[in-house]
Write a protein that binds this ligand. Structure first.
Ligand SMILES: [Mg+2]
Length: 363
């Protein structure tokens, strides 16, 4: 059967290796002679701090076996001339806004999905086909902003997102329903949107290896393995965008608090309470397979006065050790002299790992 591309479609625009590209473009703009993307380089936290990890890496760095998530010091051991650049959240937000600005010339219906990804409803009027339009948009972004993107095209957001994840960088891919069997079903299950590590392991144990296996299985069987999430995955594997799609950002925060059995200012005791609260939060965070970008604490003193303080993390993480560490740091900053009556910790700015650019290994 011969299929013709529609004139109206959903585009998913995804910046290739966003943090590294954006830092590279900025350095070039400021007169740098070398392009980070062309030398062994990484975007990584401060190596002096314990949590200095590789957030993004260039293709040449990848050739040294450097991996996202490993410590900066371990990456440096693999390549002595490795260039380490610290992440710059303000620059990334600015670059993200620039992308939206350029896209606004092509459509008024744009939804941001994460700092480096967005959806765009596109109606073709000027080009021979939507494919041609997408290539034009991809090139315009590169010429105006200096970084490359992948564009996925389909009839719904789910399939458009799946499509932009095909071969990278600087590509346009379509994934219409009639192309699913050939383009999407042979892929391993972890490539399906919303298949996290936990779901992947459970599915593998039951003999599911490709997205096609999930698509062809019955929703009832999948429900038995993964509860409601199994049914959702069956829909996704068949290209159906359910009402839940993109709704995972409805979890805004996770918090736990406790009233102490007696008012106290014993630091060792308070430390233990903070640790217990952090562990409870960590457990819930892991269940939800989310990342957090904010930690706050609330303290009520013996006179019932409330004080709270928060810290925004440089980059969202799923490193649960940081919950306790940050909570403790915040508590010390408050420098409370009175006895404590009630303690609470909250983590916020929750994101799904699929919204995370820092763990995208591909360029
Ligand atoms: Mg990206």
């Amino acid at each position: 059967m011969c299929h013709i591309y529609p004139q109206k479609a959903v585009f998913h625009i995804d910046v290739n290796n966003a943090y590294l590209s954006w830092s590279a473009v900025e350095l070039l703009k400021n007169g740098a002679k070398t392009d980070l993307r062309k030398i062994p380089s990484i975007i990584g936290g401060d190596p002096k701090k314990r949590h200095g990890v590789v957030l993004a890496k260039s293709t040449p760095a990848k050739q040294y076996g450097i991996q996202t998530g490993e410590t900066v010091s371990s990456a440096k051991k693999k390549c002595s001339m490795l260039r380490v650049v610290q992440p710059d959240r303000i620059l990334y937000q600015h670059s993200s806004n620039k992308l939206i600005e350029v896209l606004s010339c092509f459509s008024s219906e744009i939804t941001r999905f994460s700092i480096d990804e967005c959806f765009m409803e596109y109606k073709n009027k000027e080009f021979d086909s939507i494919l041609e339009a997408a290539h034009y948009i991809r090139q315009t972004i590169y010429h105006e902003l200096g970084f490359t993107v992948n564009i996925g095209i389909s009839t719904n957001r789910l399939l458009a997102k799946m499509a932009s994840n095909f071969q990278k960088p600087d590509r346009v891919h379509t994934l219409f329903e009639w192309e699913m069997e050939q383009k999407m079903w042979p892929l391993p299950i972890n490539e399906l949107f919303m298949v996290g590590r936990a779901s992947r392991e459970k599915l593998k144990q039951k003999g599911f290896f490709t997205i096609g296996d999930i698509a062809r299985s019955s929703p009832v069987l999948l429900e038995r393995i993964l509860k409601k999430h199994g049914v959702t995955l069956n829909n996704y594997a068949n290209g159906k965008e359910t009402a839940h799609f993109l709704s995972h950002d409805t979890v805004k925060g996770i918090s736990h608090s406790t009233t102490l059995p007696f008012d106290t200012n014993d630091f060792e005791y308070i430390r233990k309470v903070l640790m217990e609260l952090s562990e409870k939060i960590a457990r819930r965070l892991k269940q939800k397979e989310l990342y957090f970008g904010l930690v706050s604490i609330e303290v009520k003193t013996e006179d019932f006065k409330k004080r709270s303080i928060q810290k925004r993390l440089q980059i969202p993480t799923n490193d649960t050790a940081l919950i306790y560490q940050t909570a403790l740091e915040l508590f010390e900053q408050l420098n409370i002299k009175k006895n404590i009556r009630h303690l609470g910790i909250r983590i916020g700015n929750l994101e799904h790992p699929y919204q995370q650019v820092c763990f995208c290994n591909e360029i």
